[in-house]
Structures are given as structure tokens and as C-alpha cells.
Design a binder for this molecule. Structure first.
Ligand code: PMP
Length: 368
């Protein structure tokens, strides 16, 4: 019998405890009559009524396993976006798909690149797969193609680009995304995270479907958590070459999509009128909030998504931390973004008319 010294309890694999757990947006404010949660980019208009009905109907058969292929959901996505179901994979939120991509393509020692103010979940999944996160600098709160390409080394396996990005709300015009792709070696996977794509109304924006269709090394992820108002059900999807879908299918949970999510998601994406209403509402109030906050003397990063990044004055009494405390005491919960490299900014989700007017009034009081 060998007597190698063993730890006295199970130990996570090397590197795992170096990962800082994701901190979600705050949910609660104590001692206030009404709370406005503007910290997680949820839609104030809620989901389509058809989705709510489909969810309720799913309660009739909870003893039955869901379809492991989530075909009804894939068919609805394929129909709406004009895609082939063979190129679609659904996930328990797009978060799950981002994690599966890392598990599939990163071995210990491999590198994956994302940008300075990019979505924080990338780092968690890169490290969980044993990979090394590499951060490319941004300029003017915007991803910069040359910096990303300069960060690519022979060990790079994945490049993540959130477009539009969270928490900045900025986007790269499609010509720039194309230039990024053109500069990458063929074996590097470009992951275009288009969680907020449905909100963008710009002629020079594309979510990346055409690139996915044309090349073997591009995937695009989407979510039902934002414009479709189904964050609570956890539904994401990916449009990808079949070889990528095949690889991820081998390691995902066999029933990773629950039956309520499949039914409600399919109903939600077919309700195009609800999407149009939500986009119009968001456009109107994002513009209003940007104008009002700017008039208060705050700098607002120009956003194309359903949130804005608001920068605060240097004075400690008027800082983002102080504003956060004040707003929370009034029931307005925004998102601190220190972990994203913005210690003196707050991210504000476009809320209901009442919430938007209320938060501006409260900030006006705070800044006096
Ligand atoms: N990507 C980006 C850029 C996001 O902001 C979010 C939501 N915070 C996600 C992905 C994940 O969304 P979900 O897992 O809810 O689909």
C-alpha cells in the first residue's frame, strides 16, 4: 500500500478557488414602500401574454420529461430567424452555452480573450475550464478590434465579443466585427454574444448570423431573458456551425431545457408585435433618460441596448457609491459596476415610465 499524503477532505481541482463567484444585481431595498429593480436589464413590459399562457399550460404534464432536443423551441427560433434547426442549440440561459463553449474548446493552458469592460461571466467559465483569461483593452468604453487581435497568441482558442456590450451598451459596427473575424486564425472560435441584439436599431449593426453561416469558426448566442421577458425561465440559444452544435451536444445535460421553458419560449418568439412594442418603448425611454441625466450634469455612455451606464462626479459625496446608497434608500436599485472597471458609474436598466421618472427625480435631489 502506498502512503501518499492525502488531503483530509475533498478538494476542488487546481485553480477553481481562484474564481470569484458572479455577483448578481441587488434585488432588495429595505424600509421603502415600493422597490424598482433596475439592476438586471429585465424588461418593464414583461413577457408576451402568449408565453404566460404556454407556461401555465405546461403545468398539466410535469411528470413527463421534456424533449431533450427542445425541438418545438428550435423550430420557433428557426421560423422567426429563417435558420435551419440543425444549427441551433438551446441552453439554460445563454450563460450555459457560454460555459459549454469553454468546456468544449479550452484545455488547461489555453487562452480566451475578452475585452476590458466585457461581460464578467466569460472569465468565470474560462477559468472553470482551466483556461487563462486574457483581457484586451477598450477605447472610449468600446471594444477595439486591433487590441483584441494583438491579444491573440498561438495559445488562443476563443475570442468573446459581447455586441452590444454589457455594461457599456456600446456596439461594434458590423464592418469592424468582420475585420476582427478576418484577423483571426481559422482554429480560433469567435463567440458573438448578442444578448441585446433585438434592441439595436442601427443600420451598421448585425448580430452575426451571416458570419456564422459563412464560416466554420463563428457562433452567435442569444437570450430570452431580455427583450422576451423570460429571465426567470432561463432560455438561451446559439446559432452555430453543425460541428460546434455536435460537440456541445455531447457534453450538455440531456434535458437541459425544461418543458415550461420550451413551450413559453416558442410562444414568446412568435409574438413579434410584443417585440416591436418593447423596442419602441425602450427607444423612447432610453432617449428620455439619456437626455434627462445629461441635463443633470451626468455623463451617459451612448447606449443601443436596454440600459445606460451613468458616470458620477469625482466628489465623494456625489460619487456612484453615494448615489447608489441614496437611490436604494428611495427604492431605486441600480447596478454597481466596479467589477467591470467602472468604480464611479452605475448601470441603469430602462424601466417603467414611473421608475424612469422616479429615478431622475431622485438623482436630481441627490445632486443638489
Ligand atoms: N451575455 C450578456 C452580455 C449579458 O448581459 C447576459 C445577461 N446578464 C447574458 C449573456 C446571459 O443571459 P442569460 O443567461 O440570462 O441568457
Amino acid at each position: 500500500m502506498t502512503t501518499t499524503l492525502q488531503p483530509l477532505r475533498p478538494t476542488p481541482k487546481a485553480g477553481l478557488l481562484d474564481i470569484a463567484a458572479y455577483v448578481p444585481g441587488k434585488e432588495h431595498a429595505h424600509g421603502v414602500a415600493k422597490v424598482y429593480k433596475l439592476s438586471s436589464n429585465e424588461t418593464p413590459l414583461g413577457p408576451s401574454q402568449h408565453a404566460v399562457e404556454a407556461f401555465a399550460a405546461a403545468a398539466a404534464n410535469l411528470e413527463i420529461y421534456p424533449d431533450g432536443q427542445a425541438m418545438a423551441l428550435k423550430e420557433a427560433i428557426a421560423e422567426v430567424h429563417g435558420l435551419n434547426t440543425a444549427n441551433i442549440l438551446c441552453g439554460n440561459g445563454s450563460d450555459e452555452l457560454l460555459g459549454l463553449l469553454c468546456q468544449t474548446y479550452l484545455s488547461p493552458g489555453d487562452e480566451a480573450v475578452y475585452t476590458e469592460h466585457g461581460f464578467m461571466v466569460y472569465k468565470i467559465y474560462i477559468m472553470a475550464a482551466g483556461g487563462t483569461p486574457i483581457v484586451a483593452r477598450e477605447r472610449d468604453e468600446m471594444a477595439e478590434v486591433d487590441a483584441i487581435l494583438a491579444a491573440v497568441t498561438p495559445r488562443t482558442k476563443i475570442v468573446f465579443l459581447a455586441n452590444p456590450n454589457n455594461p457599456t451598451g456600446t456596439y461594434l459596427p458590423f464592418e469592424e466585427v468582420r475585420r476582427l473575424h478576418a484577423g483571426l486564425p481559422k482554429h480560433v472560435l469567435l463567440v458573438l454574444d448578442a444578448a441585446y441584439a433585438e434592441y439595436v436599431r442601427r443600420n451598421d449593426y448585425e448580430s452575426g448570423m451571416e458570419l456564422v453561416s459563412s464560416f466554420e469558426n463563428v457562433v452567435m448566442t442569444r437570450t430570452f431573458s431580455k427583450i422576451y421577458g423570460l429571465a426567470g425561465l432561463r432560455i438561451g440559444w446559439m446559432f452555430a456551425p453543425t460541428h460546434v452544435v455536435d460537440a456541445l451536444n455531447r457534453i450538455r445535460g440531456p434535458f437541459n431545457m425544461n418543458s415550461a421553458a420550451i413551450k413559453a419560449g416558442a410562444a414568446a418568439i412568435r409574438d413579434r408585435a410584443h417585440v416591436d412594442r418593447t423596442v419602441a418603448f425602450n427607444d423612447e425611454w432610453r432617449e428620455w433618460l439619456t437626455a434627462e441625466l445629461t441635463a443633470l450634469g451626468l455623463r451617459v455612455t451612448p447606449s443601443v441596448a436596454n440600459f445606460v451606464l451613468v458616470h458620477f462626479p469625482e466628489a465623494a459625496s456625489k460619487s456612484a457609491a453615494a448615489a447608489d446608497e441614496y437611490l436604494t434608500s428611495k427604492g431605486y436599485i441600480l447596478r454597481r459596476v466596479t467589477g467591470y472597471g467602472f468604480p464611479n458609474a452605475l448601470r441603469l436598466t430602462i424601466g417603467s415610465e414611473e421608475a424612469n421618472r422616479g429615478v431622475v427625480a431622485a438623482l436630481s435631489e441627490f445632486l443638489k
